[in-house]
Design a protein around this ligand. Sequence first.
Ligand code: ADP
Length: 483
Amino acid sequence: LKSLLKDPTLLETRAYIGGQWVDGEGTFDVTNPARGDIVAKVADVSRAQVAGAIAQANTAQKEWAKWTGKERAAVLRKWYDLMMAHQDDLATILTAEMGKPLAESKGEIAYGASFVEFFAEEAKRIYGETIPGHQRDKRITVIKQPIGVAASITPWNFPNAMITRKAGPALAAGCAFVARPAAETPLSAIVLGVLADRAGIPAGVLNIVPSSRASEIGKEFCENDAVRKLTFTGSTEVGRILLRQAADSVMKCSMELGGNAPFIVFDDADLDAAVEGAILCKFRNNGQTCVCANRIYVQSGVYEAFAEKLKSAVEKMPVGDGLADGIMFGPLINQEAVEKVEEHIADATSKGGEVILGGAASTLGGTFFEPTIVTGATPDMAFAKDETFGPLAPLFKFEDEDDVIAMANDTIFGLASYFYAKDLSRVYKVAEALEYGIVGVNTGIISTEVAPFGGVKQSGLGREGSHHGIEDYLEMKYICMSV
Ligand code: ADP
């Protein structure tokens, strides 16, 4: 991997704690999912070392909070500039450990960096409030202060952006940060530490603690009194565990959990646009995002035409090693991911679904899988309730607007939803009726640093991105003064 980088010193495998590069207790392997070979052996940080990192963060945070917003903004901006200056190398590292096509990795680096840029600017705008007093002698002021040390646990599907989306606002707010990246993709996290160091972010303000011992580190984050904020992106299942653990210390939590996104195509939709949106939405990152369309509902008048158009577009898209040119589908992250897609296909075909494209592991071997389309999907099939997290597009047929809204909302999840329609009153009505934190109307791509990303129901707590995103890292203090 080093030989593929313009700046090989970006490939660091140690932990970044208190501004120092340190070994862990042993190492763990990071493998390239396209080839199965070991890319690096990475420091396996222990729970005791994480406790040490939290202590260093706690000390550093006190000073960092004293910096003016403008001072913090300046170094964060440098951090952003370095990410963009090294975009190609960061993308190569990301593809090597995670598998997504290089073009998507470059996109992720720009997306991830955008949160650092945006929140660097927001650092200057952490405004308080004055409220007219309730008695003649009273003056009321509200100030916002950093919550303290924030700790993050993040997944492998966006190894860069899931960290910057949290660390950007945390650092801008004046918090210190301890990040435990997914064990599949620690290199993309560690390189953020390399660049933070170069940008002049003070020692201890940002700490990266790779570790294969997820549950132990999770416990340390929840039980250590110095951690005042836990921010997690991952499955609803693990989110529930962490919320339970965090209850004892009444820690502030942000949870970015699973989704089961509906994608609805009405008869009056621009069908070509809907097909294009469905491809981006369903198949980006090989279906491995929490906002990927999981259930595609198509109104009966356009069902056959939509299925045909989707098939003829997707069958031309190449599967292969993400480091090669022009690849649209890399490998899935691991064998379990392949098995889940296979189970969902088998379940659907056993209940009358028809595979019109793909349907099996790719002849390339490994964890490559053919992009798959299933028609005749029904609510009793597994993917109607459970997120596939793979390249499987099930097409449900519907007749009526109210029915499809009811079906779309019939889930414990409430992250992203999408629909294509032209009738203006329908657009308003459906957008308001969907019980989701995010609604894409006539678009399949909704992620941006300037908008609040997050879910309702069991998809999570809190919002990331936009000026709202920094609130999760701030406490409000009300000062009542008698004059
Ligand atoms: P995914 O399927 O995306 O990997 P998970 O929720 O399983 O979603 O994992 C998200 C992150 O949470 C990963 O970094 C994983 O290592 C971590 N994790 C898994 N189980 C626990 C746990 N019990 N405590 C803390 N972190 C955990």
